[in-house]
Design a protein around this ligand. Structure first.
Ligand code: 3HC
Ligand code: NAI
Length: 686
């Protein structure tokens, strides 16, 4: 026996327990003793049935992702499952917590599965750029039918124990002592007598499949994959399960898996999996956290309303403060409307909506914030207004309350310095819509207390956010890099590209949309106002705004939008404006290819990220990737700007940046020293 796998005999039933904290991943040091234990039990007359269960908080949550890309050590998971299928006595998986990926595949190797009603079962490999490589695509359809299996495998979304029972994936669900119930179940099965049919030989559900309907479903799913290979491979593999004999389908699954696991997209997605977890590791994480029970939000506009919803969705009571009763009612009405939309879409029940609305308390009196443990300011982006609000918070907030600003650009150190308790001040930079977007930049100011930072990082997770700690600078990590990405936008237009060409280069790269479509969506007036405040100009964008072309909301911006449609249509007026401005500046148009567009937008993005690293504004290159994938739509299959920069090759990026620096003289292209170092050593960090 090993410390990772133990066997106990309970009234003739062998209970095999896997114990590999934290998530019982199927690492080599688990697979080997598990395989050996199963061989011994297969041949042991004292064991009439076998239960596979797990210690700790979950059943097996998958293969060990850290082993991917390394030489495979035998026995592989597939061998364990094949062995299970040779066992004549009943085998039962006892599932609590999560049975994910290889964990569910292990369970599919058993004759029976029993689960806690609240357990989660799924094949999330697609989220790692993979498909289930341990027979999941071939066995799951045999239990739940091809259509249901396709949906589960392509989405990667797990289902509950109850739903799994209804779908035929689980034989019995239990509340209470799962292991005891599983042992009793296994014993009854053994007493009832075999033969026990392994999943591989259960073909009835598959035989029901209507191939044409399946193919139509697969085509629909394929439309949403935006250049990702894994969802398509998942659909192919499930189709093989329908059309090929079991062993051939299994072999085909293996081939597809091998191709994906060695590809850049899966590497990128695995990088992001670990990057998100690394980002949560902040100094002081183990400190005693401050108690957060009630959250105050100042400002019930676009952001304040969304932030309030994010906390209410996480179960926190919220006090929402506005300047007047009228503004408050406007904010609350918007929140109610948003929840009503969720109800009409079926993503929220009416009862849940009422329960959430019950968590809001509105006020126009700062005194009402005195019982809040965390107060987030989301008022106008104006330093004088922010300082005034913080002054009032300083007067009323309870000692130890955390005071946060949602500012996009302003100096959090200056805000902190304006009150008597800078140690309690930090930035919580949410993204719009704040109740939906997962990213939260937590801005650590010079004097922020480590326990305040640790509290907010912890809290972010509790409301389902992916948090990244960043330092103070103009625009922090995300918006600062966004400026770098957009710095050449107008120059590209003036030199001959059209907005549609630039946007197409972006969507071909995998972005949900390009910068001009994005500008139209967000509203061009926002950038215009910011530029004016900073004394900056943008020849074309400023002119569009002067003409009242603010984007979608006015029906015209970089594109035209016909009668309320969100579909951008290229506008000859805009092209004419661009050419006229170029002529005024004496710039002759030339053909600009997608390659140049990428070099002049995304190489500066990587370069600015490198400068951010150099300055210590981000702690790790992977933190920057987390920001960009979760907040700005950087394609997940490319792993974020810094990971992609590595794939693209730092040496190439430096060489092209130097080229553009030489030809334009613009500082945005001056390679960061850390990027040069990466080109030489292959490593971001020192
Ligand atoms: N392999 C290796 N490490 C894993 C892992 C895995 N499959 N799953 C989680 N971990 C690690 C995490 O990196 C983290 O490590 P850290 O503490 O050092 O940062 C630790 O376990 C805890 O993970 P979480 O912080 O994510 O813990 P949660 O409790 O929030 O979530 C979970 C638990 C829902 C199981 C979540 O970890 C998860 O979704 N894991 C991945 C599940 C998955 O994708 N499984 C499929 C793997 S691929 C596969 O099985 C291929 C097969 O088909 C052949
Ligand atoms: P908004 O204009 O929609 O809302 C601001 C609200 O603050 C208004 O309802 C206003 O009545 C209220 N307000 C102003 N002064 C106040 C005071 N003294 N006390 C109480 N309430 C007051 O603005 P928005 O877009 O919500 O932005 C708020 C902050 O969030 C800004 O700092 C902005 O930079 C930041 N931000 C905005 C994002 C966006 O996409 N809109 C994204 C991330 C951050």
């Amino acid at each position: 026996m090993s410390s990772f796998v133990s066997v106990a005999n309970a009234n003739g039933v062998a209970a095999v327990t896997i114990d590999n904290p934290p998530v019982n991943a199927l690492s080599f040091h688990v697979r080997k003793p598990l395989y050996e234990a199963l061989i011994a039990l297969r041949d042991d007359p004292a064991a009439k049935a076998i239960v596979i269960a797990c210690a700790g908080r979950t059943f097996v949550a998958g293969a060990d992702i850290t082993e991917f890309g390394k030489p495979v050590e035998q026995p592989e998971l597939r061998a364990i499952i094949a062995l299970l299928e040779t066992i004549a006595k009943p085998t039962v998986a006892a599932i609590h917590g999560t049975a994910l990926g290889g964990g569910l595949e292990l369970a599919l190797g058993c004759h029976f599965r029993v689960a806690d009603r609240g357990a989660k079962l799924g094949l999330p490999e697609v989220k790692l750029g993979l498909l289930p490589g341990g027979g999941g695509t071939v066995r799951l359809p045999r239990l739940v039918g091809a259509a249901k299996a396709l949906g589960m495998i392509v989405s990667g979304t797990p289902i509950s124990g109850g739903e799994a029972k209804a779908a035929g994936l689980v034989d019995e669900t239990f509340d209470g002592d799962l292991l005891a119930n599983a042992v009793r179940f296994a014993s009854e099965m053994a007493d009832r007598g075999g033969p026990f049919v392994p999943v591989r030989d259960r073909n009835e559900r598959l035989a029901e499949t209507v191939l044409a309907a399946f193919d139509a479903q697969a085509v629909d799913l394929a439309k949403k994959t935006r250049g990702l290979e894994a969802p398509l491979a998942c659909a192919d593999a499930v189709r093989n399960a329908i059309t090929l004999p079991f062993d051939e389908a299994l072999a085909a699954e293996r081939q597809l898996f091998a191709k994906l696991v060695s590809g850049d997209q899966s590497r990128a997605q695995r990088h992001l999996f670990f990057a998100e977890r690394e980002a949560a590791k902040v100094p002081g994480k183990d400190l005693q956290k401050r108690r957060i029970e009630r959250v105050g939000i100042v400002g019930a506009g676009t952001m304040g309303g969304g932030i309030a919803m994010a906390f209410a969705n996480g179960g926190f009571p919220v006090t929402l403060l506005e300047t007047s009763e009228e503004a408050l009612q406007r904010g609350l009405a918007m929140i109610e409307k948003n929840y009503a939309v969720s109800v009409s879409r079926g993503s929220l029940t009416e009862a849940a909506k009422q329960q959430r609305l019950g968590l809001f308390k509105g006020s126009a009196d700062y005194g009402d914030l005195a019982d809040c443990d965390l107060i987030i300011e989301a008022v106008f982006e104006d330093m004088a207004v922010k300082k005034e609000v913080f002054g009032k918070l300083d007067a009323v907030a309870k000692p130890g309350a955390i005071l946060a600003t949602n500012t996009s650009y302003l100096d959090v150190d200056a805000i902190a310095a304006s009150i008597s308790r800078p140690q309690d001040v930090l930035g919580m930079h949410f993204f719009s819509p704040a109740n939906v977007m997962k990213l939260l930049e937590i801005v650590r100011a010079g004097k922020t207390a480590p326990d305040a930072l640790a509290t907010v990082t912890d809290l972010a997770r509790r409301i389902g956010k992916v948090a990244v700690v960043v330092g103070v600078c103009h625009g922090f990590v995300g918006n600062r890099m966004l400026s770098a990405r957009g710095a050449e936008n107008e120059a590209l237009l003036l030199e001959g590209a059209t907005p549609a060409q630039v946007d197409k280069a972006f969507s071909d790269f995998g972005w949900p949309m390009g910068p001009f479509q994005m500008g139209d969506l967000a509203g061009l007036d926002i950038g215009w106002r910011n530029r004016k405040a900073r004394g900056q100009t943008a020849v074309i964008a400023d002119t569009l705004c002067e003409q009242g072309r603010f984007g979608q909301k006015t029906g015209r911006g970089w594109y035209r939008y016909e009668s309320g449609s969100r579909e951008p249509v290229a506008d000859p007026e805009v092209d004419a404006l661009i050419r006229a401005k170029a002529a005024e500046l004496g710039i002759a148009p030339r053909a600009i290819g997608a390659g140049e567009i990428i070099e002049r937008t995304l190489y500066p993005l990587v370069n600015e990220g490198a400068k951010i690293l150099e300055e210590g504004i981000a702690a790790r290159a992977s933190d920057i990737d987390v920001v960009w994938v979760n907040g700005y739509g950087f394609p997940i299959g490319k792993g974020g700007p810094m990971f992609w920069g590595g794939l693209e090759g730092a040496a190439r990026i430096v060489e092209r940046l130097e080229h553009w620096h030489h030809s334009t003289g613009r500082a945005i292209f001056e390679p960061a020293p850390v990027l040069r170092r990466l080109a030489e050593t292959g490593r971001w960090e020192g």
